[in-house]
Write a new protein. Structure first.
Ligand SMILES: Cc1cc2nc3c(=O)[nH]c(=O)nc-3n(C[C@H](O)[C@H](O)[C@H](O)COP(=O)(O)OP(=O)(O)OC[C@H]3O[C@@H](n4cnc5c(N)ncnc54)[C@H](O)[C@@H]3O)c2cc1C
Ligand SMILES: [Zn+2]
Lengths: 107, 415
């Protein structure tokens, strides 16, 4: 079972009180974007085997959205962070890189 | 290949079963093949089979990283039905269902196809209206389905509880010709027939890279060396994104674990398949007497082939309220498979941005039923380079063009 620490209320929340929100840090394209960009934004997903960044909501708790980094191969959680950022914090990326030297890094 | 028959069983019984042959060869990979298929699940093997049978292409290798049928094909709950809403879906699933009827004879392998009937319960007014709509759509598509009243549901499934406690049964969508089949036998039957046509099924051979020249695929790198190919078909379900990454294109697919469980065996209690989509559980009884139970899919990307524990509780709760008599049964085994979910919950049978490379994926929670139809359509696509009538609506371009084949409403539950 996945357990995240909510970065807002500090609770250690298991997945039964969380709602998954899918891949994080998508570039949200606007009405003027071309079809390929729109297709990418709406449908294409990284779906990686390994390190993944996601949005989650503490739905049955404080209600806040937040970000989380984890490994899709074994559910190891690397950390959680604020929803109000466009990329994962540098310190977290460094922690992950240390644990997963083969990881290509945040791209 | 020595044929299986009642006579063969008698003959082997008389000589202590010393005469059975290996069902398929385990050759070392050749340097090059006309067609390489990645993934020896049902869809990959069926693609190879129909390439040989319908198109005369037999210089084929099917590469499998584990053992054949060890992916979702050997992990699913084997429900076969074709009562989908959209025309393109009904066509390919009905083609598959009809091929299941003759599969045992065609492959000379008893796949235990059991058209025992599939029932999808309507437990809210909205669901009832949805199924009435599907029944009308199916009538127009030539797929035999009926919307049946609660009394008929009870007649067909005496152990069902019609009155709640949360959601009363308001009727059901009933496909009498749907049913189940033996999943391993389907994979084994295709593998045996492919091997007999001279194709190489190479297990423990993981594809780790894809080579290309001038926009055309030329070879794959594998854990058993480089193998050249004229054409390449990726048929790897939940692992499609990893293969597409190697080939350099993106996919509208997310991989999640889907679970199933079986109970201890009991005497015959239910002889149809029942799906209860509102409370979220479905059940049938195997020939061994175990209740085969389909559970939920995780809501997030994962390759753990296990699934979250709390889904087991949700599933069992749903089934106990639908079938109160099972409340004291022990569950014996639980497992998961990694399913490939697309944005519109419909599959992809498509050319790809890489020349000579084709993909068959996105069957998600419901692609066992489609194995023969999918293999048939995929073989046509790979052989001709262009999709035939069964596959044409399922191209990757539909996401860009907004031509979705939306089955998420019709198939809101995992099956
Ligand atoms: C629990 C569960 C219940 C289900 N219930 C039903 C049901 O009742 N009815 C229904 O119709 N469908 C059901 N499904 C869905 C169905 O099982 C799948 O849609 C179907 O089996 C997919 O078949 P496939 O051949 O595409 O994939 P798979 O059988 O998964 O085969 C893909 C193969 O590719 C191999 N592979 C992956 N990567 C590589 C690589 N790099 N190199 C070489 N080989 C590779 C894998 O090892 C695997 O063997 C269920 C699925 C699950 C998990
Ligand atoms: Zn919180």
């Amino acid at each position: 079972m996945l357990i995240f620490e909510c970065p807002y209320c500090g609770v250690m929340a298991d997945e039964t009180e969380l709602a998954p929100g899918g891949e994080a840090h998508l570039t949200r394209v606007g009405a003027g974007a071309d079809e390929a960009d729109f297709e990418g934004y709406l449908f294409h997903r990284k779906n990686p085997r390994g390190v993944h960044f996601e949005r989650w909501r503490h739905a049955a708790g404080c209600g806040k959205w937040f970000h989380a980094a984890r490994d899709t191969m074994n559910l190891e959680v690397f950390g959680t962070y604020s929803a109000q950022v466009f990329a994962p914090p540098k310190e977290l990326v460094a922690v992950i890189k240390k644990k997963r030297p083969d990881w290509e890094g945040w791209v | 290949m020595r044929r299986y028959s009642a006579f063969a069983i008698a003959r082997e019984a008389a000589r202590y079963h010393t005469g059975w042959e290996r069902a398929w060869r385990s050759p070392a990979p050749k340097k090059e093949y006309d067609v390489i298929i990645i993934g020896a699940g049902g869809h990959g093997l069926a693609t190879a089979y129909y390439l040989g049978k319908n198109h005369g292409i037999t210089n084929i290798a099917v590469l499998e990283k584990g053992w054949l049928g060890g992916g979702n094909t050997g992990r699913n709950t084997t429900i076969i039905r074709s009562n989908y809403l959209q025309d393109a879906s009904a066509a390919i699933y009905e083609k598959a269902r009809s091929l299941y009827e003759t599969m045992s004879q065609d492959l000379n392998m008893n796949v235990m196809f059991s058209p025992r009937g599939v029932m999808m319960l309507a437990q809210t007014e909205a669901e009832k209206r949805g199924y009435l709509r599907t029944a009308h759509a199916n009538a127009l598509q030539g797929v035999q389905t009926d919307f049946i009243p609660p009394a008929r549901v009870k007649e067909l499934v005496p152990i069902i509880n019609l009155t709640g406690p949360r959601y009363p049964v308001l009727g059901a969508l009933w496909q009498a010709r749907g049913g189940t089949a033996r999943h391993d036998a389907v994979a084994w039957g295709y593998a045996r027939a492919c091997s007999d046509m001279g194709m190489d099924i190479i297990q423990k051979c993981e594809v780790t890279g894809i080579e290309q020249a001038a926009g055309q695929v030329t070879a794959v790198q594998t854990t058993r060396g480089r193998i050249g190919c004229g054409k390449l078909a990726m048929v790897v379900a939940g692992h499609s994104t990893a293969l597409a990454d190697m080939a350099g294109f993106r996919l509208p697919i997310e991989s999640v674990p889907l679970q199933a469980l079986v109970s201890e065996p009991i005497k015959p209690a239910i002889n149809v398949v029942v799906m209860a989509n509102t409370v979220h559980g479905y059940m049938s009884q195997s020939d061994k007497g175990e209740l085969v139970i389909g559970g939920g899919a995780d809501g997030y990307n994962s390759y753990t082939q296990r699934g979250s524990f709390h889904h087991v509780e949700e599933t069992v709760r749903a089934l106990v309220e639908t079938f109160p008599m099972i409340s004291r049964l022990k569950m014996m085994r639980q497992w998961g498979g990694i399913v490939d979910m697309t944005g519109d919950r419909s599959p992809i049978l498509s050319r790809t941005p890489l020349g000579g490379c084709f993909i068959n994926a996105g069957w998600g929670t419901g692609g066992f039923k489609s194995i023969p139809g999918s293999g048939w359509a995929m073989a046509e696509l790979v052989a001709n380079g262009t999709p035939g009538s069964l596959a044409s609506a399922f191209g990757l371009e539909r996401f860009r063009e907004g031509r979705f084949i939306d089955e998420s409403v019709a198939a809101g539950v995992a099956h």
